[in-house]
Design a protein around this ligand. Structure first.
Ligand code: SD4
Length: 341
């Protein structure tokens, strides 16, 4: 069957003199995304494990959308990570979760202030696929999840979260500052885990599949010991995650309020559209935060991670210490992003 899009794609590749694999799928030729084989990237060290699960989907020719859901579910399940129900609670002692997902056709869904559900990312996907809405919050999101068959988990803190909470209660100091890693700024960071690890309570993931389609996911417990009801950038489309299949995709981590202020990931994708490389696009978004906050930006962390339509990757952050994981046919690796300070 003649497919105009694939025909144009193949003419473009031929005109560039590039050889490409042709796979006979019966009546239709499928041209894999040969400029850049499938790739998945995600935030922080926990991204390495999450990418493995995403890769299982991508490597079999699966959709980027399925890959980014499966990938971050690994992190949501891990009790050693600050994402999902094992994470630090809000200042009233409850774990509240935020997540969103976006596909290659501007379909998107999110949940915020969701309690007692293990996989917010999958509920976000159901919001996208089964409701006419983009975002459900709080008890409504929970009711929807239960109606969709998600089990309501016990309301209980993980061992490490319980310890961290008890520790925090001693001072009960409310400082909405997160994910600052460089030594000078560590003094500002309000919560270090009992095992000494810094609290990275989010995973953002974007991927391109073998058909060249992009999707992304983002899931978090938000800022540890936050004010009850506080929601950050992670479940907000255009803030914590944005995907435009013609241009690229981006996700963010760090101080959500400051990401929301500049519509962070949408801004990154718009810079990609203007022809900036993924690293430059992320840097320009970070620069915008710096311009807004000036030197007070030294006390917070924000990191952006982006993937363009050519499969090129880039990241940039305010403070040193933001890591991101990459998995493709050639490598499985953790990188450190360049930083403003
Ligand atoms: C938030 N952006 O809730 C999230 C937090 C985060 O690693 O990224 N932590 O503001």
């Amino acid at each position: 069957m003649f497919n105009r899009r694939k025909f144009l794609q193949s003419s473009f590749l031929s005109s560039m003199g590039l050889a490409f694999a042709k796979k006979d799928m019966g009546t239709e030729y499928v041209y894999p995304n040969v400029l850049n084989n499938p790739v998945v990237i995600s935030t922080w060290d926990a991204g390495l494990e999450a990418n493995k699960a995403a890769w299982e989907v991508l490597n079999k020719g699966g959709r980027a959308l399925d890959a980014v859901e499966k990938g971050v579910m690994v992190t949501e399940s891990s009790l050693n990570c600050c994402v999902g129900l094992g994470a630090n609670p809000d200042r009233d002692g409850y774990v509240t979760l935020d997540a969103c997902i976006m596909d290659d056709r501007f379909n998107c869904g999110g949940v915020a202030f969701l309690e007692r559900i293990k996989h917010p990312i999958s509920v976000a996907r159901r919001v996208m696929e089964k409701t006419p809405h983009v975002l459900l919050v709080g008890i409504g999101a929970q009711q929807f999840a239960v109606a969709e068959g998600f089990p309501l988990e016990e309301q209980k803190l993980s061992e490490s979260a319980e310890k961290a909470y008890q520790d925090w209660l001693k001072k009960s100091e409310y400082k909405p500052v997160i994910n600052v890693e460089n030594t000078k700024a560590q003094a500002f960071a309000p919560h270090k885990l009992p095992n000494g690890e810094w609290n990275h309570d989010t995973i953002g993931m974007v991927a391109m599949d073998a058909s060249g389609n992009l999707s992304g996911s983002c899931t978090t417990s938000g800022m540890g010991f936050k004010m009850r009801g506080r929601v950050g950038d992670s479940p907000i489309i255009g803030a914590g995650l944005y995907v435009d299949n013609e241009v690229g995709a981006a996700t963010s981590t760090g101080q959500g309020e400051d990401v929301i202020r500049i519509c962070g990931t949408h801004t990154v994708v718009e810079f990609l559209r203007q022809g900036f490389s993924p690293e430059q696009a992320c840097k320009k978004a970070v620069e915008r935060i710096y311009k807004a906050k000036g030197e007070s930006a030294r006390s917070i962390q924000v990191g952006f991670l982006a993937l363009n339509k050519k499969g090129e990757i880039g990241a940039f952050c305010l403070q040193k210490g933001f890591t991101y994981a990459v998995k493709n046919n050639k490598e499985e690796k953790l990188y450190s992003a360049k930083s403003w300070f």
